[in-house]
Design a protein around this ligand. Sequence first.
Ligand code: SAJ
Length: 407
Amino acid sequence: MNPEVVTIGLGYIGLPTSALIASHETNVLGVDINQNIVDNINRGKIHIIEPDLAEIVSKTVSNGFFKASTKPTSAKVYLIVVPTPFKGDYEPDISFVEDATKGVIKLLKKGDLFIIESTSPVGTTEKIQQLIYSTRPELKGTIHIAYCPERVLPGNVMHELVENDRVIGGVDEASTQKAISFYRKYVNGKLHGTNARTAEMCKLVENSSRDSQIAFANELSLICDKADINVWELISLANKHPRVNILQPGCGVGGHCIAVDPYFIVHDYPNESKMISTARNVNNYKSSWCVEKIQNEKLQFELRHGRKPKTALLGLAFKPNIDDLRESPAEYIAQKVLQNSNNDEHFIVEPNIESHSVYKLTDYKEAINKSDIIVFLVAHKEFLNFDIDDDKILLDFCGTMKKNRWI
Ligand code: SAJ
């Protein structure tokens, strides 16, 4: 196959993006360092759970438009969709983006389009431009380089990839326009052109904004707990105001985006990002607060009944109705609660995964029936409107029941 598009990274975003492009009868070569992922995709199978993705991958692989490999080959468009983790002390690590770039530098030729989608600190695209031109100076000014962050919601990726607006920032105007005309073939949403630095910051700001808004809701939940006010009712009433839209408190903020991206700003602009950094701290603190509430309730039960309670911890994923445990506050809470305590005092429940590397999972109905204390960590659909005996103690940190004493 002579691919028109090479995507580097076949994860939560790279794989759906590759499949979408291939579904438009464009030859796509998806590249990943993991041989198992590559083999799996070439058999038409997928390694992540995402609605509608399996069908599109199976179809595009079987009709020959989508192929996977561990090595890139020459193409017209290169999309970098690899992770950008931290080194320690929340210092962004762009080495995967650099390595992916190094892997295609020798393949680049005049007229090619090189796009980074990976969430990146401001200035990354310019650094990568330097990297390309320092290795291949003869290409200077002849290729197009742009940054276009993904902004899809896990669980709704195939729809949002097509329908969401995109922000596209080139290292120069010609690059911006070339990238816009590329995405126009696959995206129905509006395509907004800007420069690379603004596009990079835009991605970080979107998720920092959501993190700050969730922090506000989480802070309210702490205040309401002290003030003996039902925070769910309070928020629903405040939101009746035409210009107020408060989000929902939870057991913390997880996932590989909102709990992570704000640090890209805080690390690079520590003196200017006080609010963004405080929001992170509030959301992290909310998880520790939940651990304390659970420990406290277990202790009180023991004092009252002269025996240790059985406790059901409901949900491990980072948000409702998904199987993704990345940066999950619920998993963190379970780990803390189980530390130094007897495992058979607890039932761990996660209906969206079959098994966990550390915990034995229990069916939610069994866990609820057999427990004295029921802790709602994630508002999975299975847990909603579930009738629970009055004699059980409920700790609802995610608003499943909306009426309990704790939030
Ligand atoms: N959460 C709350 N209360 C709320 C909403 C969410 O506590 O009212 C929690 C969730 O339980 C979860 C975390 O926040 O732990 C994040 O969940 P989410 O649904 O807000 O977002 P993600 O991480 O699944 O996806 C986000 C999205 N960004 C925004 O909505 C601004 C998505 O569009 C991005 O593409 C994605 O991050 C990403 O890849 O950056």
